[in-house]
Design a protein around this ligand. Structure first.
Ligand code: FMN
Length: 183
């Protein structure tokens, strides 16, 4: 199979997953800025990796356009976020699913394989606008933290920064992609 991984990453967590996938699949990982160099029509599989930004996924418009223009190419989406994964008990499948569906609605992208992998948070590496957005978010969390211990814990984790990436998280993604070769 011939594939490519296009990744959109600001602080490096999504890039880490994209590079792991590239290593495991033997495909190229291409930064979003260089997406024009990818000949999507020549691929069997396009993996789009990006991150959750205010409950939508960065760079999704390009991915949706590529999928619409090349319906014969298998597309897979991997998104990272700061939200702890459902098996941690912090979030629910539904929450994550809704966030995916907002960006890739079923009517527009039917049966799109999509995966959530825990990313991380690194305030210092954010762009100026996102720093402002996160300061506002922290302020809101701070208010909630007065009566909600979960918000308190989340605020502490985010302020401190964390790396939640794990190669294990890619197992279902790799299994799914390997499945394409069997049909
Ligand atoms: C402005 C902003 C909004 C964010 N919104 C969300 C969100 O809605 N859900 C979520 O889980 N994570 C959210 N995050 C966290 C990022 O998705 C997370 O840090 C991600 O792993 C960053 O990926 P990157 O290192 O590849 O840039 C947000 C981060 C920023 C800076």
């Amino acid at each position: 199979m011939n594939g490519a991984i296009v990744y959109c990453s600001q602080t490096g967590f999504t890039e880490k997953y994209a590079r792991w996938l590239a290593e495991d699949l033997g495909w190229e990982a291409v930064a979003y800025a260089d997406r024009g160099s990818v000949d999507v029509a020549a691929l069997d599989v396009l993996v789009f990796c990006s991150w959750f930004h205010a409950a939508s996924i960065k760079g999704a418009a390009w991915a949706k356009q590529a999928m619409a223009q090349h319906p014969d190419v298998h597309a897979v989406v991997l998104a990272t976020g700061a939200t702890p994964p459902p098996d941690s008990g912090w979030s629910s499948e539904d929450e994550i699913e809704q966030a995916f569906c907002r960006t890739f609605p079923e009517e527009e992208c039917p049966n799109l394989p999509h995966f959530y992998c825990h990313g991380g948070f690194d305030f210092d590496r954010l762009g100026a606008i996102d720093k402002v957005a996160m300061r506002l978010f922290f302020r809101m969390l701070g208010k909630n933290a007065e009566h909600d211990p979960k918000a308190r814990e989340m605020l502490d984790i985010m302020r401190e920064g964390f790396d939640g990436t794990s190669r294990e998280c890619l197992k279902p993604v790799l299994e799914h992609i390997e499945g394409f070769g069997k049909h």
